[in-house]
Design a protein around this ligand. Structure first.
Ligand code: ADP
Length: 458
């Protein structure tokens, strides 16, 4: 059993930067947890605190029920693979993999067994006598993984291990690591800024922003039920289209969303039923954001004929033919206006069939798949929708759906508060230093005067 429990973990660097705020996560044995978010959101810091390479400023970290805040890295039974797989260039692959065990004085025969077994798992048996410089990037990364596998740690920590590889190799190593996870049946915690890596490998994903957790969920739930605007925009490529300053209005017994360019769509009853606190939004002076994924915008005539209530008109500005599909960049507010590349609030991207015949500057009819629309509160940016019944719940674990992320306003307030504390701390430190200097100067003066007095006395 190798579960981890992170309870209210905060990290403030000596420079005063608060990199992680109140990180709480229950990681169960054999899970593949991915921490994902843009650069600087605190992923590596969190991983390094788990490894024991960074102190935890406050909060508690348990591994297998044991508090390990003050346990040194080598006693945590954890192995970490870094982005730059630092192999010893003068050693063979075999010796690189055996090195850690030799340091731990493991008997030679056992080292041999473990190195060979790990090499077998990773498919590098044929390279054991080679030096790292005679290996490709992918093979080197495998050796780096091998070095950690031989130690049979309870938990593997991987910090962007694939980011130095080219796109094709990254894709194949992704599969290798997933296979490795199921073969070793150990807990993996993986850090990446790449949402595709996160989505393809994680059993659960933690999306982070500015040091705060945003959502903890399965890949499918993150895609289907993003809790806020940030997660909605982060997961999925091309990213979800957002129409800000939209409104929820009723027309007879129907509920509609009005948005840019005078467009209006009718929401299906099933979506209306999922809107939380609908009266806060319906027919009142309150902005909402409508979110539509590019793949939920359709151009084919059959779909449009079946969706008369979600048809919009848009002018095609750019066509990107990708072979398997075509992406069109459209302007919604096109009446006599040239669209600006900078103002993307009136533009959207749609993924349509590669067989579709469309031309530049053409005004086309498109229809939204209204069952997969997203609605967000204009102020808090939180999703306004409940999940559908039958969403994917992980067995024995519903905390993904129970976790509520802070709003942007709350995050800003906490970041500002941390900054004020840092400022006050720094001011106090300066004061203390000044005081210490003054005391030292006084003491020096006294010392200097004392012998003089003594001199006088003599
Ligand atoms: P990520 O892994 O998501 O890119 P990091 O955890 O590396 O983010 O960094 C989070 C924040 O902490 C960033 O603002 C970064 O500049 C800051 N930071 C990281 N390491 C240090 C350090 N050693 N000293 C001070 N600030 C740091």
């Amino acid at each position: 059993m190798s579960g981890l429990l992170l309870k209210g973990i905060n990290k403030v660097y000596p420079s005063g930067v608060q990199a992680v705020f109140n990180f709480c996560l229950d990681i169960r044995d054999k899970e593949f947890i991915v921490l994902v978010g843009p650069s600087g959101c605190g992923k590596s810091t969190t991983l390094r605190m788990i490894a024991g390479l960074e102190d935890i400023s406050s909060g508690e970290l348990y591994i297998d029920g044991k508090l390990v805040n003050d346990v040194v890295p080598k006693d945590r039974d954890i192995a970490m693979v870094f982005q730059n797989y630092a192999l010893y260039p003068h050693m063979t692959v075999y010796d690189n993999m055996a090195f850690g065990l030799k340091l731990r004085k493991v008997p030679k025969e056992i080292i041999d067994q473990k190195v060979k077994a790990a090499a077998e798992i990773l498919g590098i048996t044929d390279y054991l006598s080679r030096k790292p410089k005679a290996l490709s990037g992918g093979q080197r990364q495998r050796v780096a993984l091998g070095r950690t596998i031989v130690r049979e740690p309870k938990v593997f920590l991987l910090d962007e291990p694939l980011s130095n590889l080219d796109a094709k190799l990254r894709a194949s190593m992704r599969t290798e690591i997933s296979k490795l996870h199921s073969r070793l049946a150990t807990t993996f915690i993986y850090v990446t800024h790449d949402q595709v890596e996160a989505m393809t490998m994680g059993t659960r994903i933690v999306v982070m922003k500015d040091g705060f957790m945003q959502q903890v969920d399965t890949p499918q739930n993150l895609y289907d039920y993003p809790v806020n605007l940030f997660v909605a925009g982060f997961i999925g490529t091309p990213q979800m289209n957002f129409f800000k300053n939209a409104r929820l209005v009723s027309e007879g017994n129907k509920v509609c969303v009005t948005f840019v360019g005078g467009n209006k769509i009718v929401l299906p009853k099933s979506v209306v039923a999922r809107i939380k606190n609908i009266n806060e939004y319906l027919n009142v002076d309150k902005d909402i954001t409508l979110g539509v994924r590019p793949e939920d915008i359709h151009q084919d005539q059959a779909f449009i004929a079946n969706s008369p209530e979600t048809i919009i008109k848009a002018r095609i500005e750019v066509i990107e033919k990708l072979g398997a599909e075509t992406q069109i960049y459209c302007e919604l507010d096109y009446d006599g206006k040239e669209s600006s590349v900078i103002d993307n609030s009136t533009q959207m991207i749609a993924k349509i069939s590669s067989r579709a015949v469309v031309s530049l500057k053409e005004v086309v009819e498109l229809a939204f798949d209204a069952h997969h629309l997203h609605l967000f509160d204009g102020d808090t940016e939180a999703s306004m929708l409940e999940r559908d019944e039958g969403y994917e719940v992980i067995p024995e674990n519903a905390e993904g759906s129970a976790f509520t992320p802070p709003t942007p306003q709350e995050m800003r307030a906490q970041i500002d508060a941390a900054r004020i504390v840092t400022k006050e701390m720094k001011a106090q430190m300066r004061k203390d230093a000044k005081m210490a200097k003054r005391t030292a100067a006084m003491a020096a003066k006294e010392n200097a005067e004392t012998p003089a007095d003594e001199d006088k006395a003599e």
